[in-house]
Structures are given as structure tokens and as C-alpha cells.
Design a protein around this ligand. Structure first.
Ligand code: GUN
Length: 280
């Protein structure tokens, strides 16, 4: 019988621990959140992040910029925030409007305030196995696997998706835990052949019903990162849950699996950043 991994419950226990830690700090951690434009999904993500901060004793400062903001104006805001000692973390919500280079913007964040762990310096530290910040979604997934005592070492881990936010850093972290990693993407021929080999299958594509029952090995662990909507407007992942769940040993639901843990790891990173900056 499959165990459905409860990201909401685990997130609650992390939240309590983070709140207890910030409560005894003389200077609370502070996060600057930058939202450019009016993408409704991004607006929701940013509001959730601010709510999480408030619940955990972390100060959040929102910078909502108009959709026609110039790249140079965003870069000078980042320069200002990089220099402010009271700001510990700087997060620029992605995607950015056309005409602003995400690469340039990410590279302009002070790596010691890069709570998303997207800056090339932090990506390099992750790749060499000595990270100062862990990327939020992959770190949340590792925390879930650990909470359910799921062994990674020696397991064949198949990552479906190769984004900079999830697929690539997830693969590096699983490799760091001594998994054997296969990364699949849109040009991978015969995806089912590879997913069927997975002891641990992580999918982050954004296409509902991509992973069907016949694509999963009996007893596999399945982690679904995606947030799609079904025909009734309800959230669903990449996994055809009712078909896949009975074959698995552990599986994450959507919603209530990876999502809450991703949110927690931003708080963890903001606390780490505050400590890096000498706050206690
Ligand atoms: N857009 C989608 N996911 C993320 C994330 O983890 N961080 C930021 N900054 N933007 C995102």
C-alpha cells in the first residue's frame, strides 16, 4: 500500500521550528521580494511567500514594479538592496517580462542574499557539493524523502525535466546523496522505457497525465513537482495519480506534497542568510 507523503504536515513542523529560532534573534531575518508585472500566478506565489514570512517572524518587504520596468531600473534596485545591511535575502519572482534578461538579473543579486540559489556562484557551489543555500524545490524534496526515511544512495533516480529551477539542481543534489541519476527531457526518446527503471522518479514538466501507471516500476517512489490544472480547474501534477499511486511505495500528492516544502525552504534560506550576515 502506498504511503502518501504529507508535505503540509511536514511544512507545519518546519514552520514551528523556524518561528522558534527567529523568536530569539535580536534582529529578525528580512527578505526583499521583487515582483515585476502582473502575472496572476506570480502574484499568488509572492503573497504566499510574504504570508509564510509573517507566520515565522521573518520581515518581508515587497517591491512591486510595473510590467514596463526597464532592466536597468531593476538592476539598480538590486544594487541598492545588495548594499542594505538590514536586508538578508533578495528574491526576484520569475518569470520576468519580455525585454528583461533573467540571467543578468540573477547575476546581479549578491550571492550571500541569493535565497533562491539561482546565482551562478551558488549553482557552482551546489555542483561542487559545498552549497551555502540549497535551491528551494530540490531541498524541499530531499527533506520529504528524509522525513519518510527513503534511502537515496545506490538508487536509480530518474529526473523528468531539466529546468534551472528544479531538474538540474535536483539531479545534482540526488547525485550528492550517491544516487545514480538519469535526466530526461523533451528530446528523450522512449521516456517510458527510462521511467520504468526508476527507483525514485521525480517529475517537473507541467503536463498533466504525462506519467501513467505503465511508466512506473512496482514499489517506486514518485515525486510530482508540477502544478497543472485539470479540466475542472483543480490542481493536478504530471502524474496520473489514481493509476500510478497503487504501484508506488511512496508518492507525493498535488497539491499538498512538494509545494508546501518549497515554501519552507525559502524561509530556511532566509534564516541561513541572516546568520551569514551575522544576525543572531
Ligand atoms: N518562479 C517559479 N518558481 C520560482 C522560484 O522558486 N523562485 C523564483 N524567484 N521565481 C520562481
Amino acid at each position: 500500500m502506498a504511503v502518501i507523503m504529507d508535505g503540509r504536515a511536514l511544512a507545519r513542523s518546519y514552520k514551528e521550528r523556524i518561528a522558534a529560532q527567529t523568536a530569539v534573534m535580536s534582529h529578525p531575518p528580512a527578505l526583499a521580494v521583487i515582483l515585476v508585472g502582473n502575472d496572476p500566478a506570480s502574484r499568488t506565489y509572492v503573497t504566499n511567500k510574504e504570508k509564510d514570512c509573517a507566520e515565522c517572524g521573518i520581515i518581508s518587504k515587497e517591491y512591486a514594479l510595473s510590467v514596463d520596468t526597464k532592466e536597468e531600473d531593476l538592476l539598480s534596485l538590486l544594487e541598492k538592496l545588495n548594499r542594505q545591511p538590514e536586508i538578508d535575502g533578495v528574491l526576484v519572482q520569475l518569470p520576468l517580462p519580455a525585454g528583461i534578461s533573467e540571467d543578468k538579473v540573477i547575476a546581479a543579486i549578491n550571492p550571500s542574499k541569493d535565497v533562491d540559489a539561482f546565482h551562478p556562484y551558488n549553482v557552482g557551489l551546489i555542483a561542487t557539493g559545498n552549497p551555502q543555500f540549497l535551491p528551494c524545490t530540490p531541498a524541499g524534496i530531499l527533506a520529504l524523502l528524509d522525513a519518510y526515511s527513503i534511502e537515496i544512495a545506490g538508487k536509480h533516480c530518474v529526473m523528468v525535466g531539466r529546468s534551472n529551477i528544479v531538474g538540474k539542481p535536483m539531479s545534482l543534489l540526488l547525485l550528492g546523496r550517491n544516487g545514480t541519476i538519469t535526466i530526461c527531457h523533451s528530446q528523450t526518446p522512449d521516456l517510458p522505457h527510462i521511467t520504468r527503471m526508476a527507483d525514485i522518479l521525480v517529475t517537473a514538466v507541467g503536463r498533466r497525465d504525462l506519467i501513467t501507471g505503465s511508466m512506473v516500476k512496482e514499489g517506486a517512489v514518485v515525486v510530482d513537482v508540477a502544478m497543472n490544472r485539470d479540466e475542472n480547474g483543480k490542481f493536478c501534477g504530471d502524474v496520473l495519480f489514481d493509476e500510478v499511486m497503487p504501484k508506488t511505495s511512496f508518492i507525493t500528492p498535488v497539491p499538498g506534497g512538494v509545494g508546501p516544502m518549497t515554501r519552507i525552504m525559502l524561509l530556511e534560506n532566509t534564516l541561513t542568510a541572516a546568520r551569514l550576515h551575522g544576525k543572531a
